[in-house]
Design a protein around this ligand. Sequence first.
Ligand code: HEC
Length: 126
Amino acid sequence: MSRLFIFFSCCVFLSCTNNNQEDYFLNFNCEWDNTDFSNFLIQKDCELENITYQNQIAALIENKCIVCHSQSGNNHGVNLSSYNSMLNYDLCYQIDNNLMPPVGMIPLTECEKLQFKNWVDNGLAE
Ligand code: HEC
């Protein structure tokens, strides 16, 4: 009986959060199990405060991802060209496991990874 109650509570909770920005967080697996940030050597010019999509993340995507994930064309079904579209994919998982950018492309710097983490931690500011 109590299991049934928990099940229905979860359903109610999930339907309440529908179409919220919180929905986007459900797409992100940001446990960072595979990245040890404590070893990162961060340069002085690495901005880590007040990270927003406009100020840092859009440029990061532009530099390291957009060549393969634009709005149209040969984007492998992944559109990272805007704030709303990029939140549909689990980017934390890709970054945490060093899956993207793929081998052979310029990898993310430690600064960029930390910026991305801080951006997520602080609520994906637009
Ligand atoms: C050289 C081209 C290239 C670059 C640069 C690139 N990707 Fe990809 N990406 C791919 C290809 C090809 C796939 C589909 C095949 C695969 O999953 O390996 C893919 C798949 C993905 C997926 C879907 C994975 C899945 O399993 O559904 C995500 C999310 C993604 N990329 C994010 C990124 C991010 C974020 C960056 C930049 C940090 C990036 N990619 C840079 C080529 C690229």
